[in-house]
Ligand binder design. Structure first.
Ligand code: F6P
Length: 373
């Protein structure tokens, strides 16, 4: 009997999602004669039973379209805002799955989506996932859908900022997405010829950064491009977070835990303003006029790159093949030049941050980019 496949996209969108939906659908319907149905707005669509018909006509013409035709959300099955309450909606999701006689639910997303898919697997559903995040921080896969496009957008922006920084003899600080991992900042910084790159993985010393910029001025280069990841922090801030985490692991009573939680919240709201503070510090330490450019959601918008279209199509068709074989509970992972299934338990709860001995760090050092340490 033909299999029934449900699909959803969850978490932040990224270029290449439609290309992946198209590839899974074309292979599932065209090669294996399966039924294919979409759920709207991530896991919420399953709770509210809001579906999208996905036949060949809907799947046509979407290869190059950004975003996701299914819509997305950051809703978690086990903690979903319903009216004024936060409820565990897992049972409703399981009901919807069986109501549609699904054989498998395909979830496209990043770290959070993988945790949620794994939870649903534990509740008895068959799931398969595709790795998608512009942050490139999912474990067990060399790369993720959307990263290459975002890298291209950020690099193009850095290229354009060079001429204005140069003309005005300014420092331009470019904030790039990435709260926990600096892949995008590091990759785009190297590709865009940045002079300083600050990552969450390497806490920076502001004086080291200012020295690097002053040194450029001494050689007649009165402008600098500083690429900073959203989650980059100073050495002092890193110390605070380390000691708070230590205290949190030792906290015994509710009062201590609440106090630590509010300290973390306070710290996070200060951190949200880190790029602006860093820019002001650099202006006062170097005497060079400084400006901030936040790339924000531009990095997630628009048509996927050729590399992401190809990746989406490879991930999607391999996914359809895994469904045909009944190989569930896996993520489609990129390993070298192959797409392979990796057990979800090997992916969940891990994060792929930039290792300090990674070749991109070595490369940045060798071309004289200051990493702030
Ligand atoms: O998860 C990817 C990501 O792009 C992060 O780099 C960024 O911090 C976050 O999403 C922004 O999310 P939102 O669109 O929900 O503000």
């Amino acid at each position: 009997m033909a299999k029934s496949v449900g699909i959803l996209t969850a978490g932040g969108d990224s270029p290449g999602l439609n290309a992946a939906i198209r590839a899974i659908g074309k292979a599932a319907i065209g090669s294996f004669g399966m039924q294919f149905i979409g759920f709207r707005d991530g896991f919420r669509g399953l709770v509210e039973n809001r579906t999208v018909r996905l036949d060949e006509s809907v799947l046509s013409g979407i290869l190059i379209v950004g975003g996701t035709l299914l819509g997305t959300s950051r809703d978690k099955p086990h903690r979903m805002p319903i009216g004024s309450k936060i409820l565990d909606m897992t049972d409703t999701i399981v009901e919807t799955y069986y109501k549609h006689h699904l054989d498998v639910l395909v979830c496209l997303g990043g770290g959070g989506t993988h945790k949620n898919a794994f939870r649903l697997q534990k509740s008895g559903l068959n799931v398969i996932t595709l790795p998608k995040t512009i942050d490139n921080d999912l474990a067990m896969t060399d790369t993720t859908l959307g990263f290459d496009t975002a890298l291209g957008i950020a690099t193009d922006a850095i290229d354009r900022l060079h001429s204005t920084a140069h003309s005005h003899h300014r420092i331009i600080v470019v904030e790039v997405m990435g709260h926990n991992a600096g892949w995008l900042a590091l990759g785009a910084g190297i590709a865009g010829g940045a002079h300083v790159i600050l990552l969450p993985e390497i806490p920076y010393n502001i004086n080291t950064v200012a020295d690097a910029i002053r040194k450029r001025s001494r050689y007649g280069k009165n402008f600098s491009i500083v690429v900073v990841a959203e989650g980059a922090m100073s050495k002092e801030a890193a110390k605070v977070i380390k000691s708070t985490k230590k205290a949190s692991s030792k906290a015994k009573n509710k009062q201590d835990k609440t106090a630590i939680k509010s300290k973390i919240q306070q710290f996070e709201s200060q951190q949200a303003d880190n790029t602006r503070q860093l820019t002001e510090q650099l202006e006062s330490l170097t005497g060079l006029e400084s400006r901030v450019t936040t790339l924000g959601h531009l990095q997630r918008g628009g048509s996927p790159s050729a590399t992401d279209r190809l990746l989406a199509t490879r991930l999607g068709t391999t996914c359809a093949y895994m469904i045909e074989k009944g190989n569930y509970g896996v993520m489609m992972a990129v390993r070298g030049d192959r797409v392979l299934p990796v057990k979800l338990e090997e992916v969940v709860g891990k994060r792929k941050i930039v290792p300090l001995d990674h070749s991109w760090i070595e490369t940045a050092n060798q071309v004289g980019i200051c990493l702030g340490n």
